[in-house]
Design a protein around this ligand. Structure first.
Ligand SMILES: NC(=O)C1=CN([C@@H]2O[C@H](COP(=O)(O)OP(=O)(O)OC[C@H]3O[C@@H](n4cnc5c(N)ncnc54)[C@H](OP(=O)(O)O)[C@@H]3O)[C@@H](O)[C@H]2O)C=CC1
Ligand SMILES: O=C(O)C1=N[C@H](C(=O)O)C[C@H](O)C1
Length: 242
């Protein structure tokens, strides 16, 4: 059993995490939110789980490194500088970052990789996601990780082949592009579809999150798995063995 500290504890995910921590027999070490000193939480935690905001990431990583404890990063909307900060922290402590901690999406990424490589670049790839009205980043972290999986399978770079936010006279889609569309509304926990559109046929691979417990359970499973590991950057695939 472990003391698990939650960053972003008053948010929707923070509340889901607290419920899963208590139900799993771990101890809830406490929460940190905007304006709190995360290093104080790190000092009384065996690991940190961060579902807050990109602007908080640097100091959260710093706190984990200072305390010498593992950290799970679930926050999305990350930029290159955030990934560099994660790589840097992972030299000192175990860190796992993912846009989606669920079992279903981790497996979906594998299926997308398989489909994208077998079907070849004449099959256009479009990724559609829908989330609740409060979500601030787009495309979602999950949509981007699915796009990365498809790009990797095709031997291309997502950054160079990404088409998102088409509006007006946007022109025909570029050959080999990976397109994104983001819908927002209501209380949707998370819907993702990867559409492979060929000539006269389409394949759609989808995942529906019915509630946030799936993300919270995956995050706690990841935190348990990180405990006692060597410093490094780990993936959800490693945690789940898929
Ligand atoms: N990887 C995954 O599987 C999943 C990832 N997410 C991601 O997790 C993040 C949080 O999602 P969600 O809980 O729905 O969002 P919420 O807005 O409900 O919660 C975010 C919480 O973080 C707090 N926060 C904001 N800035 C800071 C800061 N600088 N330091 C500490 N806490 C801060 C917010 O406080 P305040 O309200 O005062 O700003 C709020 O309490 C998002 O990036 C989301 O995309 C969500 C679900 C699954
Ligand atoms: O903000 C959310 O709610 C979610 N964010 C993650 C994302 O950006 O993909 C994961 C999940 O879809 C819910």
């Amino acid at each position: 059993m472990a003391n698990i500290g939650v960053i972003g504890s008053k948010g929707a995910m923070g509340e889901a995490l607290r419920r899963v921590i208590e139900a799993s027999g771990h101890d809830y070490a406490g929460g940190a939110d905007k304006g709190d000193d995360v290093s104080k939480l790190a000092d009384v935690s065996d690991m940190l789980v961060d579902f807050s905001a990109p602007g908080a990431l640097q100091s959260n990583l710093h706190a984990a490194v200072g305390a010498g404890i593992p950290m799970v990063v679930g926050t999305t909307g990350l930029e290159d500088k955030h990934h560099e900060a994660i790589d840097h922290a992972a030299r000192a402590v175990p860190v796992l970052q993912t846009g989606n901690t669920s079992l279903g999406v981790t497996l979906l990424a594998h299926l997308v990789r398989e489909a994208a490589s077998r079907l070849g670049s004449q099959w256009d790839i479009e990724i559609v996601e829908m989330h609740h009205r409060r979500k601030v980043d787009a495309p979602s972290g999950t949509a981007l990780l699915l796009g990365e999986a498809a790009a990797e399978a095709r031997g291309i770079t997502l950054a160079d082949n990404r088409e998102s936010g088409r509006d007006g006279h946007a022109g025909a889609r570029a050959e080999g592009a990976i397109g994104f569309a983001a819908l927002r509304g209501g209380t949707v926990a998370g819907e993702h579809s990867v559409i492979l559109a060929g000539d006269e046929e389409r394949l759609t691979l989808s995942h529906s999150a019915e509630n946030r417990a799936i993300f919270a359970r995956g995050a706690i499973r990841a935190a348990e798995w990180l405990r006692g590991r060597e410093p490094g950057r780990y993936t959800m695939e490693q945690v789940l063995g898929i």
